[in-house]
Design a protein around this ligand. Structure first.
Ligand SMILES: Nc1ncnc2c1ncn2[C@@H]1O[C@H](COP(=O)(O)OP(=O)(O)OP(=O)(O)O)[C@@H](O)[C@H]1O
Length: 626
């Protein structure tokens, strides 16, 4: 009897089906035979069941997404939020403060201020400001006390990709953050998309939510000047304004400037920004724009005044860096066309912007710009800079086109600052482009003492308030309520009077010291920035500042002399180098000319004069050339 066949394992029932199943589910036969060997379970028997389950799952998935899509398109309202729009930062900053974001199990964490996302910067900055406030409250008056060790910076959390649910005003809202697969080349933060949805066809609740996000964002910016700079939109080479920071608005009074100039500047701007003025301009066909030129030596307050103006009129400030490597006419035009209706546009140090000083050669740069209309990698503008003879990327004509062009938003205040007004082309500062010129000068006696008073005046919030004394009236329980109130009022008045008297005495003392200081500092020799820098070394020691002022003047003069000497040497060296280079160029030219003459000689020389050129005549030629 052949026992071999009896002891043999029964043939696997997979048989011929295995090839087909393997094609459908790779590795199926392997898995099935392994399962059969160890558990004696024949998977092929379950295939119909497995297929039904898979089919059902797919059908359910399809049905679910179909139903969801139907629901989404017919019964839901959705707000799509673009990541390159400011509202994105507003929504994310709001979301970061919500409970559902804090409880989220999958989240995005940001730690650093240099994050691309403005909302992170915003949130961190506000946290820092809150911490600073707390620090001020906690610290005493001991200025020599060792600073407390700061705790590590708090992290910011926002929900990660997926759908997150939360309640807003009794309605269920979905916060969806997902990846845009179409842009798989961009970084993950640039690919993301955000949307807010709610059930119901009425989107009012979403609009209310977005309003709240905006309100909470802007509430933090009260009394602040918002500063914007040109930047590329995330993941693109399209220029757009990007909010780079917000600063506590500088009170106009802290910029020291001739009072009449200040007053007329303010009146002019107030009139320009008046709601009726726009109509006045349009009725007369005059473009509703106004330009100001602030000129004067460095450190005299031009930028400070620009920021103070923006703060005073509660306008955003847009800073244009004409020197930026990524700036060209096209980008500048786009940025100007995207300015809001009323704002301050600041073109700083316009004389150093490398504008061509003529309007005759614009075609060179335009050709170059046309050849390179898009795809400017951040920080690089290939081709364009070389077209500009003075090294800038924008020609004067291009800038003028942008300033006057149809794309340039009406209603803006244009402020240009310069240290060298005489270096500017007349076309740039002609009336219509510059309607008011504001001179800034080195500090005279009045400015010196004003700066001194500004530094040493005791202002609200300089020091923590002294702890309140126990109210003696409270304890006198025998006094009637009315008498106690009267006494309290009297006491408060006495305290206020005493405070006012002390403040007046202190003010007079500082004013006298300011005058003494102004006598030591020569008028018209130092900029307000230099004087402020000196006084900051003696922040709380006005007497010492006066005592050491004369020595500072001597030191500063020596430094300035040295600087002038250095600059002169540099200029002389540059001049000598230029002359040398010119001579070498000429020499090369002459040599090549001689060479070509020698090659064509004697025919050419004979044809010119009929005789061979005598050496003396050749020398004479050379002299003429030189
Ligand atoms: N007129 C001024 N009044 C008050 N502060 C001033 C004045 N001038 C300069 N300062 C102080 O000096 C510093 C530098 O001033 P600012 O940047 O405004 O000068 P600037 O004229 O714009 O200089 P630059 O031409 O170099 O850009 C600031 O901190 C500012 O507070």
């Amino acid at each position: 009897m052949d026992t071999t066949n009896m002891t043999e394992e029964p043939a696997s029932p997979l048989g011929q089906q295995s090839a087909l199943l393997d094609a459908l589910f790779p590795g199926f036969s392997l898995l099935s035979s392994a399962l059969y060997t160890y558990t004696r379970i024949d998977l092929t028997l379950y295939i119909p069941l497995i297929l039904v389950v898979i089919g059902l799952t797919l059908a359910l998935k399809y049905f679910h997404s179909y139903v969801w899509e139907l629901l989404d398109s017919s019964f839901m309202s959705t707000a799509d939020i673009r990541v390159d729009d400011e509202i994105y930062s507003m929504v994310m900053a709001w979301v970061a403060k919500q409970g559902f974001a804090r409880r989220s199990r999958r989240f995005v964490v940001n730690a650093n201020l240099s994050s691309r996302n403005w909302y992170v910067m915003w949130a961190s900055r506000h946290k820092e400001e809150e911490e600073e406030e707390e620090e001020v409250e906690d610290s005493g008056l001991d200025l020599l006390a060792k600073p407390k060790k700061k705790p590590p910076k708090k992290l910011n959390y926002t929900p990660s990709f997926g759908t997150h649910y939360f309640w807003f005003k009794g309605r269920l809202v979905m916060f969806k953050r997902y990846e845009k697969r179409a842009q798989s080349f961009a970084s993950i933060s640039e690919r993301e998309e955000v949307a807010l949805s709610t059930f119901g066809r009425d989107p009012t609740i979403l609009k209310e939510l977005l309003d709240e996000c905006q309100a909470s964002f802007t509430r933090q910016d009260e009394n602040k000047t918002l500063i914007y700079r040109g930047a590329y939109k995330p993941g693109t080479t399209e220029p757009a304004w990007s909010r780079c920071m917000s600063r506590v608005s500088r009170p106009f009074s802290t910029v020291v400037l001739d009072e009449t100039i200040k007053k007329s500047l303010l009146e002019d701007m107030r009139d320009y920004l008046h709601p009726h003025t726009r109509r006045w301009y349009s009725n007369r066909g005059i473009p509703y724009r106004r330009g100001y030129l602030l000129y004067g030596p460095p450190g005299t307050g031009k930028s400070s005044l620009s920021f103070a103006i923006a703060g005073y009129f509660d306008l955003k400030i847009y800073i244009v860096s004409l020197n930026s490597t990524a700036m060209n006419e096209e980008n500048l035009g786009t940025l100007f066309s995207e300015l809001p209706k009323a704002c301050v546009v600041l073109l700083e140090d316009i004389d150093t912007a490398g504008l061509t000083h003529t309007r005759e050669k614009p075609e060179v740069i335009e050709t170059a710009a046309a050849a390179q209309p898009t795809a400017i990698p951040a920080g690089v503008t290939p081709g364009v800079p070389t077209a500009n003879s003075s090294g800038g990327r924008i020609s004067l004509s291009a800038l003028l086109n942008v300033l006057d062009g149809v794309a340039s938003q009406e209603g803006r205040i244009l402020i240009m600052t310069t240290n060298h007004i005489n270096k500017l082309d007349e076309a740039l500062i002609r009336p219509g482009r510059v309607d008011m010129r504001v001179p800034f000068s080195l500090a005279d006696t009045a400015i010196i003492s004003t700066i001194f008073r500004g530094i040493y005046a005791t202002l609200e919030g300089d020091y923590p308030a002294t702890p309140k004394k126990a109210n003696s009236v409270e304890s006198t329980s025998l006094l009637s309520e009315r008498a106690a109130a009267a006494q309290r009022a009297l006491q408060a008045k006495a305290v206020a009077d005493e405070k006012a008297h002390k403040a007046a005495v202190e003010e007079a003392r500082i004013a006298a010291l300011g005058e003494a200081f102004a006598k030591v500092i020569p008028s018209g020799e130092f900029s307000p920035a230099e004087i402020q820098g000196y006084l900051l070394k003696y922040k709380r020691l006005p007497d010492q500042a006066i005592t050491n002022a004369a020595a500072w003047v001597v030191k500063k003069r020596a430094e300035k002399l040295k600087q002038v000497e250095k600059e002169r040497e540099k200029e002389e060296k540059e001049k000598a180098d230029q002359e040398k280079a010119q001579k070498e160029k000429l020499k090369e030219k002459t040599e090549s000319k001689e060479g070509s003459e020698a090659m064509t000689s004697p025919t050419s020389t004979t044809s010119r004069s009929g005789t061979s050129t005598p050496s003396s005549e050749k020398e004479a030629d050379e002299v003429v050339v030189v």
